[in-house]
Design a protein around this ligand. Structure first.
Ligand code: URP
Ligand code: ZN
Ligand code: ZN
Ligand code: ZN
Length: 492
């Protein structure tokens, strides 16, 4: 046979167009597209199905290592099973840095743990302590190993950088051809609001949102963009939750800056209403930036439609309700150890931040986006994989149906009606914020590098079958060559 596998008779959706073709796969790679391809060793019928590239979730937290020596509950084996079941064939998660530690000392054994993944994977390096040693030696060594993106936080006490530190990270990234992603919220503004809320006795999960209103995100987004412009370094603003922040990105793009935006299904479907409920249920939806007042979701959809927001990731960051969300804890993604309330639940500021969504990301986006007519199929492909591949140095390899690309494919049944239920999901977390959500359109088969990884909800890919994606230099991460007064401080 010419092909190991032929996916026959589907309606294909790429980042640019929708067309009918068979897909011939050889050695895990797309070898040919065309009508009436010769028989492969194996055949899959895609009749009545929509075939898209496998999802690339460029922002998720999997088995992340905390400074206390514990790993997040979502393991590479469980998180990658969930990813594949939801149509995501690759993801990028995070190497931590603990303040006061080198990069090497901050993630002992993390890359070995990642080898258990069933989906392909890469890493962003979090920088919390940009010492000269880290910037001049460790970051270049990391980039040489194919880890070409950094994440910085402008908030969270254990993680945040001040402006000078942020500038130093931007300049280092520029020097070595890395890309920078930024969590944009104003730390001091949040701290001031938290203190006042607690003093007023307002301690419920909803007050998490009150502690960090849109203006706090807008200010930090504006600042991050301005400092990136100062250094001439391309950036992506992570998890945009509101029009105020999206507007900053739109203005930057209009001025020709290399700035991109990300949002997540939670900001497209959930709101303050989900932060309120009996038995502390509102904690299930606590994430940062926070969910916004009802109605903001439609403004985020508009920013997807006008091209301001380039990717939809999960920002999967799972903390089980019974053991973590409901219990005053010590996650880095929270303020930590504030006193518990009389009933043992944490004050809003000690709820670990993050929602689980690696499996539901694409079904929710397909249903709310494609099935409801908010976006067309090529836009869905750009948001779910193709743009992330461009942004993170995987273009041509991931997020593409062109010959030569990895044969990562999802066969969608566009008519399948499903109710999202925790019991059907593959993640290790004990709840989903989309419990009871009605979805139209569901991934029926997921193919990862030419192998059937999931069929009808059954995960067939084994732990360890995923591969590390090393990333080389790429044009998108290069500077524009525009600096104030023509003086390039970053290369002086
Ligand atoms: O609440 C969130 N988003 N938790 C994950 C950490 C982050 O900021 O991305
Ligand atoms: Zn053969
Ligand atoms: Zn973040
Ligand atoms: Zn995150």
């Amino acid at each position: 046979h010419d092909y190991d596998l032929v996916v026959r008779g589907g309606t294909l959706a790429s980042a640019a167009e929708v067309f009918e073709a068979d897909i011939g796969i050889k050695d895990g790679v797309i070898a040919a597209l065309g009508r009436n391809l010769p028989r492969g060793a194996e055949e899959i019928s895609a009749k009545g199905m929509i075939v898209t590239p496998g999802g690339l979730d460029s922002h998720c937290h999997v088995e992340e290592l905390g400074q206390d020596g514990t790993a997040q509950e979502e393991s590479f084996a469980s998180g990658s099973a969930a990813a594949l079941a939801g149509g995501t064939t690759s993801f990028i998660c995070f190497l931590p840095q603990w303040k006061g530690h080198s990069l090497a000392a901050s993630a002992p054994g993390y890359e070995a743990r990642a080898a258990a993944s069933r989906a392909d994977f890469s890493f962003h390096q979090i920088i919390t302590d940009p010492t000269p040693e880290v910037l001049e030696k460790e970051v270049p060594a990391l980039i040489a190993r194919g880890i070409r993106s950094l994440k910085v936080f402008l908030t969270y006490d254990p993680l945040r950088l001040d402006d000078r530190q942020f500038i130093e990270v931007l300049a280092t990234a520029r020097k070595h051809g890395a890309f920078v992603t930024v969590h944009c919220e104003n730390f001091d503004a949040i701290g001031w609001r938290i203190e006042a809320l607690l003093k007023a006795g307002l301690t419920d999960p909803l007050q998490h949102a009150w502690s960090r209103p849109p203006v706090v995100e807008r200010e930090a987004t504006h600042r991050a963009i301005a400092l990136a412009e100062l250094v001439d370094q391309p950036i992506q603003v992570f998890h945009v939750s509101c029009e105020e922040a999206a507007g900053e990105i739109a203005a930057a793009k209009a001025r020709g800056l290399k700035v991109w935006g990300e949002t997540c299904p939670q900001y497209l479907t959930l709101s303050h209403d989900d932060l309120v409920g009996p038995d502390f249920a509102g904690s299930k939806a606590v994430c940062s930036p926070a969910l916004r007042a009802k109605g903001e979701e439609e403004r985020i959809w508009k920013r997807i439609q006008d091209g301001t927001l380039d990717v939809v990731t999960s920002d999967h960051c799972g903390f089980s309700f019974a053991t973590q969300k409901r219990v005053a804890g010590s996650s880095a993604y929270g303020t930590g150890t504030a006193a518990a309330r009389p009933d043992g639940t944490p004050m809003f500021n000690a709820i670990p931040n993050g929602v689980p969504g690696i499996e539901t990301r694409l079904p929710v986006l397909f249903s709310e986006g494609v099935s409801k007519g908010r976006i067309d199929l090529p836009t869905f492909v750009r948001l779910s994989s193709a743009n992330a591949a461009k942004l993170f140095g995987l273009e041509g390899r991931k997020g593409s149906l062109a010959p030569g690309a990895d044969a990562d494919l999802v066969l969608w049944n566009p008519d399948a009606e499903r109710t999202i239920r925790q019991a059907d999901l593959h993640h290790a977390i004990d709840y989903t914020p989309w419990e009871g959500f009605s979805a139209k359109g569901w991934p029926q088969v997921t193919i990862r590098r030419g192998e059937v990884a999931v069929r009808d909800g059954e995960v067939l890919a084994q732990p360890g079958s995923g591969r590390f994606l090393a990333r080389g230099p790429y044009a998108l991460a290069r500077p524009r060559g525009v600096v104030p007064d023509g003086f390039d401080a970053a290369s002086a």
